[in-house]
Design a protein around this ligand. Structure first.
Ligand SMILES: Nc1c(NC[C@H](O)[C@H](O)[C@H](O)CO)[nH]c(=O)[nH]c1=O
Ligand SMILES: CC(=O)[C@@H](O)COP(=O)(O)O
Length: 165
């Protein structure tokens, strides 16, 4: 189902583990900050709404979405007690193919981090044709991708915890 058919902010709390024992990292791209700040807030609020403690959430900023790869890698290395990391970015199509290379690079880089490290990295990167599409998915008519990413982070943290035993 496309995003247009659902609200990214809606979730069933009864189906989500309590996050009170989990520690989260959030790496935020500064490119298109009017969008990424809304994505961050959506993620932060959803984590808190599901029991996370604000002192257990650490935030780093990076210049652009391509730097999310390095930022998340260093966060994995610096905070090995984290249960999940959320990579927050917004890439908007411009005049050239740069959009394609940034999106592909970030996608592959974050995929690699999930393979190479035991700390899951959640892909909260909007890759949109227009700014309006980004607005619609960062607290607009389609909800907030940050909320969706937070729920994924909680579920992956719980899966990782269960897998340890
Ligand atoms: N055009 C966008 C970028 N471009 C910048 C790259 O992410 C990167 O910071 C630069 O190439 C230096 O390595 N980044 C976004 O996050 N969003 C864009 O729309
Ligand atoms: C995704 C980008 O890097 C893009 O916004 C840059 O714009 P342009 O392709 O016009 O240089």
């Amino acid at each position: 189902m496309a995003t247009a058919g659902k609200n990214l902010s809606e979730y069933d709390k009864a189906s989500i583990p309590n996050a009170n024992n989990f520690r989260f990292g959030i790496v935020v791209s500064e490119w298109n900050s009017e969008i990424t700040e809304n994505l961050f807030q959506g993620a932060f609020d959803a984590l808190i709404d599901n029991g996370a403690i604000k002192e257990n959430i650490v935030r780093w900023n990076v210049p652009g979405s391509f730097e999310l790869i390095y930022g998340c890698k260093k966060m994995q290395q610096s905070y090995d007690m984290l249960d999940a990391i959320i990579a927050v970015g917004n890439v908007i199509q411009g005049e050239t193919k740069h959009f394609d290379f940034v999106c592909e690079g970030v996608t592959q880089g974050i995929k690699d981090l999930n393979i190479q490290s035991d700390i899951p990295v959640i892909f909260c990167v909007l890759t949109d044709n227009t700014k309006q599409q980004s607005i619609d998915r960062s607290g607009g008519k389609h909800g907030n991708k940050g909320s969706e990413a937070a729920i994924a982070a909680i579920k992956m943290a719980a899966l990782r915890q269960q897998a340890k035993f």
